[in-house]
Design a protein around this ligand. Structure first.
Ligand SMILES: Nc1ncnc2c1ncn2[C@@H]1O[C@H](COP(=O)(O)OS(=O)(=O)O)[C@@H](OP(=O)(O)O)[C@H]1O
Ligand SMILES: [Mg+2]
Ligand SMILES: [Mg+2]
Ligand SMILES: [Mg+2]
Length: 353
């Protein structure tokens, strides 16, 4: 299969990073800072980014990475730096072969800072570039809801590999849309799913483990005969997507079931495995540009599970422009067969504003 080594590395790197995020959740202090746009970042975000980039650079030294975080705050804040370094050192997989694939632990603090800062690629349409969101849904993470560790590989601007680690989604009971507010993440029984896809080769899910990869199973979106029976997923934060427009669209489609609000790319993962049907993310602000790391992995996973993902005007999401999806507005993800019907109503509602 194409990109087999890249897929394996990405799965193990994401799995190792989820060990760290779970440990941070269980700790009393999550080292939360506020970024310049007032959004939160925690020691979990920094630690997970360093671990994943170190693994990418070990296996594919000349690949670039577009990562959400950087080392600026750590270089000026010693207490924060050592807190993260301690966590990074402790996050190792229980399997020697798996650790060897990832290049083993990061050697020293400088190596950690260098790895974190290697996420500053400007992105673009040429070559091999990874898109990394070390914790997507940081607000969800902090409130004990859903979050995801997200990694995708783009080649010449097209997403070819996507991996999502969702430590708080249930392994079984796949039909249930679990929002798990207040769930105990410390190795909680039955929680933790690793999703992945390679373009043209289908999508898979498997339980997250502490060592080698568990066996995977193919996932598919739910066949939906009657759109009025659909369940749609949307963001928890009203500031991230328009709950009002989304409700109007659902109403016009005849959908009566309440939306399921869930943080992070766990929304893409959930619909890809048939828990829920649609993901709507309609813009609140005229100026906000969606970040590539908030979508890259989810889009290839939904596509490979039988879905179509476009923006709110029907354009394919263009990952080749840079760090943001500056050519797109909003996201509409649905099973292939019903996407045109959903999109038509999305455009009607947005055009009438
Ligand atoms: N104004 C605005 N509009 C749209 N999106 C925004 C906005 N501000 C932030 N973000 C990004 O939203 C990411 C989290 O998205 P979610 O779907 O998880 O939102 S929610 O937490 O469920 O409300 C979140 O990702 P993380 O920072 O990784 O958590 C942000 O990149
Ligand atoms: Mg963030
Ligand atoms: Mg994000
Ligand atoms: Mg993030």
């Amino acid at each position: 299969m194409a990109y087999e080594n890249e897929l394996h590395l990405a799965q193990l790197a994401v799995q190792r990073a989820t060990l760290l995020t779970r440990r941070v959740y269980a700790a009393k202090s999550k080292g939360t800072l506020s970024k310049s746009d007032a959004s939160p970042v925690t020691i979990g975000d920094f630690g997970a980014q360093a671990l994943i980039i170190a693994a990418i650079k070990h296996a594919f030294p000349s690949d670039e990475v577009v990562g959400e975080e950087d080392a600026d705050d750590l270089r000026t804040n010693e207490a924060l730096r050592s807190q993260i370094w301690e966590l990074v050192q402790e996050a190792t997989l229980d399997d020697a072969e798996a650790e060897a694939v990832l290049g083993g632990p990061i050697k020293d603090v400088d190596g950690m800072l260098t790895a974190l800062d290697a996420g500053r690629s400007a992105g673009g349409a040429k070559g091999r570039i990874w898109a990394l969101d070390p914790i997507d849904g940081t607000k969800g993470f902090l409130r004990g809801g859903q979050y995801a560790v997200c990694l995708a590989l783009m080649v010449d601007g097209e997403v070819v590999v996507g991996v999502l680690g969702c430590p708080n989604l249930p392994v079984d009971d796949k039909e249930r849309l679990d929002t798990s507010i207040g769930a105990d993440q410390t190795d909680a029984e039955g929680k933790g799913v690793l999703f992945s896809a390679v373009l043209g080769h289908g999508a898979t899910s498997r339980p997250l483990t502490r060592g080698a990869l568990a066996e995977g199973t193919t996932i598919k979106m739910k066949p939906l005969e009657d759109i009025t029976q659909a369940t749609f997923c949307e963001s928890v934060e009203a500031g991230h997507s328009s709950h009002g427009d989304q409700a109007a669209i659902a109403g016009k489609l005849g959908i009566t079931k309440e939306s399921v609000r869930m943080d992070s790319q766990a929304k893409y993962a959930s619909i890809a495995r048939g828990a829920g049907d649609l993901y709507l993310r309609l813009p609140i602000s005229k100026t906000y540009q969606e970040k590539i790391w908030d979508h890259a992995a989810g889009v290839v996973i939904v596509g490979e599970a039988g879905g179509t993902v476009t923006d709110a005007w029907g354009k394919k999401l263009d990952f080749s422009i840079g760090r943001t999806l500056s050519g797109n507005k909003g996201v509409v993800a649905a099973p292939k067969a019903i996407h045109p019907e959903v999109l038509k109503v999305v455009i009607e509602v947005l055009s009438s504003k």
